[in-house]
Design a binder for this molecule. Structure first.
Ligand SMILES: Cc1cc2nc3c(=O)[nH]c(=O)nc-3n(C[C@H](O)[C@H](O)[C@H](O)COP(=O)(O)OP(=O)(O)OC[C@H]3O[C@@H](n4cnc5c(N)ncnc54)[C@H](O)[C@@H]3O)c2cc1C
Length: 96
């Protein structure tokens, strides 16, 4: 048995309940990268993702973006996969 402290949706009124289980269903919120994107002059799409070519290249030469910042809220495996692709592209940019 757990004692759960929460708030009523809508009214915000404090509530306390004795429960057997608490399931947190928070969903995924978008990363707030507007400050960095603005400072670097990166293009941000309507969904809040930084716009990139498939290997993470942005419209600003020498600036690469990968993972959730480019994909939006996604999965660890996709962040790893795109991170590897982008690392190769960065290597190509630096080494030629
Ligand atoms: C609540 C929640 C549950 C999730 N559950 C799952 C799951 O069960 N399975 C799954 O596959 N995926 C899950 N995900 C998604 C997964 O966590 C992400 O897809 C993954 O972490 C993205 O990796 P990333 O490297 O792109 O970004 P992140 O892991 O977010 O890493 C970005 C890093 O950049 C740092 N950073 C940000 N701004 C700056 C700055 N200005 N300067 C320096 N550093 C900075 C941050 O501190 C952070 O360490 C979940 C996500 C959330 C939010």
């Amino acid at each position: 048995m757990l004692r759960w402290h929460g708030r009523e949706a809508g009214t915000g009124e404090a509530i306390v309940r004795d429960v057997d289980l608490v399931v947190l269903a928070m969903g995924f919120l978008h990363a707030d990268h507007q400050g960095a994107a603005d400072q670097l002059g990166l293009e941000v799409g309507a969904t809040g993702d930084i716009q990139v070519e498939p290997e993470g290249k942005t419209g600003v030469p020498g600036v690469f973006v990968t993972g959730d910042a480019a994909l939006g809220a996604s999965l660890v495996v996709r962040a790893i996969q795109t991170g590897r692709q982008t690392a190769k592209a960065v290597d190509g940019f630096l080494v030629g």
